[in-house]
Ligand binder design. Sequence first.
Ligand SMILES: [Mn+2]
Length: 277
Amino acid sequence: MKIAIISDIHANLEALTKVLADIKSRGIDKIYCLGDIIAKGTHQQECVDLVRANCEVVIKGNCEDYYTSGVDLTSNDEQVIYNYKWVSDKLNDETKAYLKSLPLCHEFYLSGRLVRLIHAHPADPCGIVANIDSFNKYYELVLPSNNTISQAKADVLIYGHIHTPYVQKMYNRYIINAGSVGNAIDVFRNEEKDGNILNTTVANYLILTGNLDSKDISDPFSFELVSIAYDIDKELKTYTDNYKLDLYISELKEGKYRDQVKIDNSLIERGINIDEA
Ligand SMILES: [Mn+2]
């Protein structure tokens, strides 16, 4: 049994289409989604429709929560209101009700391992645990909470949210970040025709292999993190009305995240030289 885990599509139809085609070409049995299907990109409704048609399990991300929560538009600044409407106006009412109804967690056994899927943090749907965090911070991820299905520690904890694929082994447990389909901070060096070297982002997803619903630890278990290039220019062509378009272009094309200053500061606080990071 092979299960593909996709996350953080962020309304990027070109990236999602490419990832779904790659999943199909590998003969993968099931696709599960970790949320943040919407926001940032233009193709809100199209991406939700594709996820619903292809994914057996879908959990709620912070964006599904935010854009279906009925934010008080009278008390917010103009930019917040514009952004909120820009996203939510692209979704029909039935889709909004669907997104609002999504669960925060999904669990299953795969080859004797308890696999737990969450979007961000087991106790805080907006909490951030980064790939450069401390061992204590990682440990929070495997713990249960009021939001988890069971009260056991996860043997394999899978999440999205930070848009950065990585694997951390903690004693006999795994923490895996599936990265992001549509807004990855996963960059490869790309030599352009004029000789300049540019950073280009890719689409990420995760493949799990094992026996579904088996509690036998002797069954084989493996996983694979996939990075795949897609046509970023084709996606961006449709983005003429995008909220903060220039920032979005540099995120997709160069991996320069709009929160880069925050990320850089958190690296500096940890004593990491950002020029060498
Ligand atoms: Mn996200």
